[in-house]
Write a new protein. Sequence first.
Length: 189
Amino acid sequence: MSEDQGQENKKVEGKTEAQDIFEGLEDLVSFFLHDYRTTVQAVAYIPGEVVGYAVRLLDEENNFINRNFLAEALRVQAINDLIVEIVKSNTDYGFFTWRDNVKRYLEIMSKLASVWKAFDTADRPEKDVKVDQLLEKLEAVEKSLRSLILNIINNAYHCDDSDEEGCCDDEPDEPEDDPGYDEEELEEL
């Protein structure tokens, strides 16, 4: 039996290698989807880490792309800080009680974490990382976070505080525009 046939049989009989790796994380992801306050606070540091790398890039070489990358990283950090404060002050009016909204936030932050990982795994981030490609990802993250903030504001605006069972018991409408997150892009990483 050749190696290719053995790998095909292995995939048919059981799970793929990626499924085995993430099997142990299912409970953690389920917990994060259930407890949104912990989720938001657990990933709140990621934008700051990206900003740290952006500052290092600019210190190494002050050029147009590095300045834009730092500016975009600071915008992402500011928007995420706003989301963290909204959650801490409990003024999201039930927006994050819906698992789909928490899932969307986690997807956005995982895309930001992939930007961080590109720097963290490089031997010399100032030289080895292609900043222009990461800038596009960072812009997509910023656009998605901005869309999420607007959805939170829309949810709060349409919330009826006089409702006996709490604000906005109905699930918020799906956003009309695409958040810029593509599952195929995640598989490529």
